[in-house]
Design a protein. Structure first.
Length: 233
């Protein structure tokens, strides 16, 4: 059973998400909160698997609350999906740094919301649909140019792992990475898991930040290792 905490300052949105997700056989809404301070308190008390977190709220914004939740060792198994709008894309990178595992626009289709919760609850990160890639690229474009000197931490990665990290930075899924590098999806997943461990981040969303900040990838640019995609029967 996936335990959920719904956090939004609009009661109608909280009620709608709660009704939708609570109707699923494998989901249970444990609680609701209307601001970041309540979200942190509820998370510590209820220990949900997933927190659906609005970004901008009174009395503690979602990013601050997300950072506090992901930093709490007692909530190591709690994952956060940020709720955003196109107008809030400046906050996306800060959300990733705070440890968020995924992003959804508030007017997402019900089926996509349900699928997103299951994806993140299973331990993956939600770097799809394509709107997330666009938002990440827009935010990255506003950052200072990345350093051209490769951080020492990057030296622990193999050449193949750096190729995989490059593709993660463009928002590629494991399946897309496998197709791009002509490896199996299981091998791609294994590479991603090893990179997460070596880089010491929570999940693959943290790798997106590393890819941009290390200079491995620049906004709007395709990885140098990218080969032409091949259609397979």
């Amino acid at each position: 059973m996936i335990g959920l905490l719904i956090v939004d300052d609009q009661s109608l949105i909280r009620a709608g998400f709660s009704a939708l997700l609570g109707a699923e056989d494998d989901m249970q809404v444990l609680g609701q909160a209307s601001n970041g301070l309540q979200a942190l308190a509820q998370a510590r008390a209820l220990k949900p698997n997933i927190v659906l977190m609005d970004i901008r709220m009174p009395q503690g914004d979602g990013i601050t609350a997300a950072a506090a939740i992901t930093a709490d060792p007692d909530l190591a198994h709690t994952r956060i999906i940020m709720l955003t709008t196109f107008e809030l894309d400046d906050y996306i990178l800060d959300s990733i740094r705070a440890g968020a595992s995924g992003f959804l626009v508030k007017d997402t289709e019900p089926e996509e919301l349900i699928q997103a919760v299951r994806i993140v609850a299973a331990g993956d990160s939600l770097l799809s649909p394509s709107v997330t890639r666009k938002l990440l690229a827009q935010v990255a474009a506003t950052q200072a140019p990345p350093t051209t000197k490769r951080p020492a931490a990057m030296d622990v990665l193999t050449e193949r792992e750096r190729e995989v990290l490059l593709l993660i930075g463009t928002g590629k899924s494991n399946a897309e990475i496998a197709e791009q590098l002509f490896i199996t999806p299981l091998t791609a997943k294994t590479h991603v898991s090893r990179i997460i461990g070596k880089m010491g981040v929570r999940d693959r969303t943290g790798l997106v930040v590393i890819a941009y900040e290390s200079g491995l990838i620049t906004p709007g640019a395709l990885p140098a290792t990218q080969a032409p995609r091949r259609d397979r029967p």
